[in-house]
Design a protein around this ligand. Structure first.
Ligand code: G6P
Length: 611
């Protein structure tokens, strides 16, 4: 949700900013801008993608060894040139890029207007930059003091970088709620919302904590908090490589990430399943295992695709751990005054580790005394730092806005947790425990088989690319897969799609079924198999078009459905990991055939750092 990049050093800043913004474009892409600081400050901003900005700016005066840049996902004010960042204060003293929301901006704006300030945009960011300037000019203090004074009065979330016309050699950065990473080079510093714009220059980074303020010149970094207490910078080595952020010959990141799943799932369980496949070891939650195994209730909080993974987790935890589970949308949970007890365990699932609602939900649950476990992909992100314990998914960087490999890695972690807790609580006997672990380790090779049928699946996509609606049905732990399949289709192809528990179809969606309605049914062999066969018959009786995901060799459904996509036989608890992949492939190809921007679907952002 908005990407920030900044540079202070000896190199030309502009190419670093543009390249960095392109890497961060997944965080927002409705407008972009840069400000270069040399003899003065030159700002260029444009509605549209970073490429539009580059086409507009590259032949102008883009010199300077200090600069700040931003790619925007609109919150306050529509996407246009004037609402794009950077924003400069009325008297030209400060220029600011900001990610987050200033909640009390209206009040501050009113006061500033009373003091004669005029505004060019509708953004909360322009209010903040003018607020800083007003303190600077009225109190005649240093830029850093003005920034800290303003930030101590604002309510809301920010990751920001600001330059001051009178202190041209420095940049000031601050964070609260929105991520910011400093890259440490030789006589240079980089700043970005995540490490991807930094890694080709340095692998030494400092993750800012909430309320940190960093003052950077090319040779010096001072870290403080808003109250002016000095902080010791903790330099860490990042594990990200450039290869991971390239498309590696694929047309889109989403397709690359779909194909990476055999590897990413393997990376998720590597080192966590013993070589003889008899034990699961999740080191990150070892300290909270007693709490987890004795929990009265597990509450899973998440948003979007991560919520779907959590719902798969609910089925598996209840089946094996035999602990009651509630899966909550973080945004609802945090505002509902939920009943949370000290023997509850809250599991927060988040690819980015930065989703504002999920972060707020766990902070609230932590205050009420629950034990908090995180399942996150981005190492060092905010959620893992707020939790008592956690498991990283290790899926590797996910750039496509529609989540694919992060989902299967989250499900892999939840599956391991369910088996492990089930075993520890004595619900799983040795033989079944070992069989389940073995089944899980077979997923990567089974996915390779499914991925080989991509062309066949693409042929099916071709037949349904012009659909206006689609229905996805599943039962048990395949119901969340239906939800996820529908979400993938609507996110990237803009076809309206709904996921439903297959039996619930009779209570409403069946009225929509006619010969134009594709119905995707996830119908692998499990204990509900006979029931879902009946559901398919109900769809066919109303002339619906059935595309069924089935276990290989299933002749019964083949004779009923319009198309079947086979997946290798597996234990039913493993089926979510296999069956979701054909649905990802279908959505991808339908979106490409419809000419949609697959990696950057309209209105969406990868990381939603505002509530
Ligand atoms: C956004 C993304 C989704 C993601 C959701 C939750 O909506 O577009 O792909 O599932 O946020 O994000 P998280 O990083 O918390 O998993």
């Amino acid at each position: 949700m908005c990407g920030i990049v900044a540079y202070v050093g000896k190199k030309p800043a502009y190419p670093i900013l543009i390249k960095g913004l392109q890497r961060l474009e997944y965080r927002g892409y409705d407008s972009a801008g840069v400000a270069l600081i040399n003899s003065g400050t030159h700002t260029y901003k444009k509605m549209g993608k970073v490429k539009d900005l580059d086409d507009f700016a590259k032949d102008q005066k883009v010199t300077g060894n200090i600069g700040i840049g931003h790619t925007r996902w609109a919150t306050h004010g529509e996407p246009n040139d004037s609402n794009a960042h950077p924003h400069t204060s009325m008297n030209g003293k400060f220029t600011l890029v900001h990610n987050g929301i200033i909640e009390n901006y209206a009040h501050i704006k009113k006061e500033l207007i009373n003091r004669g300030y005029k505004f060019q945009s509708e953004t909360d960011t322009e209010v903040l930059v003018n607020f800083i300037e007003s303190i600077y000019m009225e109190q005649k203090v240093d830029a850093e003091i003005a920034v800290r004074a303003a930030l101590s009065k604002v309510i809301g979330a920010y990751g920001l970088v600001i330059s001051c016309e009178d202190e041209k050699e420095k940049l000031i950065a601050a964070r609260k709620g929105s991520p910011l990473v400093i890259g440490v080079g030789e006589h240079e510093y980089f700043l970005a919302s995540d490490a991807s714009p930094i890694i080709e220059y340095t692998d030494q980074v400092i993750y800012l904590n909430d309320e940190d303020v960093a003052i950077l010149t090319q040779d010096d970094l001072v870290l403080k908090n808003i109250q002016n207490d000095k902080q010791k910078p903790k330099i860490q080595k990042i594990e990200l490589s450039i290869d991971e952020i390239d498309k590696n010959g694929y047309e889109h990141y989403m397709l690359k990430e779909i194909h990476e799943q055999p590897t990413s799932i393997g990376d998720t369980f590597r080192g966590r399943i013993s070589i003889d496949k008899t034990k699961i070891f999740l080191g990150g939650i070892i300290d909270v295992m007693p709490k987890l195994t004795q929990a009265k209730r597990i509450i899973i909080v998440a948003c979007g695709t991560s919520w779907h993974a959590g719902t798969v987790g609910e089925y598996l935890f209840e089946e094996y751990a035999r602990i009651p589970v509630e899966v909550e949308y973080a945004s609802e949970f945090r505002y509902r005054n939920p009943i949370i007890n000290q023997d509850d365990v809250v599991i927060a699932i988040s690819q980015s580790g930065e989703t504002a609602d999920t972060l707020a939900a766990i902070k609230m649950a932590k205050e009420k005394g629950a034990t908090i476990i995180g399942i996150c992909n981005v190492v060092g992100s905010s959620i893992p730092r707020e939790t008592h314990a956690g498991v990283y998914t290790h899926a590797g960087i996910e750039i496509g806005v529609a989540s694919t490999k992060a989902f299967t890695s989250q499900v892999t972690v939840l599956t391991m947790m369910a088996f492990m807790i089930g075993r520890k609580r004595g619900n799983l006997y040795d033989d079944l425990y070992k069989k389940l672990i073995h089944e899980l380790t077979l997923v990567p090779e089974k996915l390779e088989i499914i991925l080989k049928s991509e062309n066949y699946i693409k042929g099916i996509a071709e037949m349904y690319k012009d659909a206006t609606n689609a229905l996805y049905l599943g039962r048990g732990c395949l119901f969340p897969v239906a939800l996820e399949g529908a979400l993938k289709l609507k996110e990237i192809s803009y076809i309206h799609a709904e996921g439903y528990p297959a039996a619930e179809m009779k209570h409403g969606p069946i009225a929509l079924i006619d010969e134009n309605m594709p119905v995707f049914v996830i119908a692998t062999k499990d204990k509900s198999y006979e029931k879902i066969v009946s559901n398919i018959q109900e769809v066919k009786a109303r002339s619906g078009r059935v595309i069924a995901i089935v276990t290989e060799g299933d002749e019964t459904i083949k004779n009923m459905a319009d198309h079947v996509i086979e997946v290798p036989d597996s234990h039913e608890s493993i089926a979510p990991l296999l069956t979701v992949v054909p649905l990802q492939i279908i959505s991808y190809h339908i979106a490409v055939m419809r000419g949609c921007n697959v990696d950057q679907p309209r209105n969406l952002a990868k990381s939603v750092t505002v509530e």
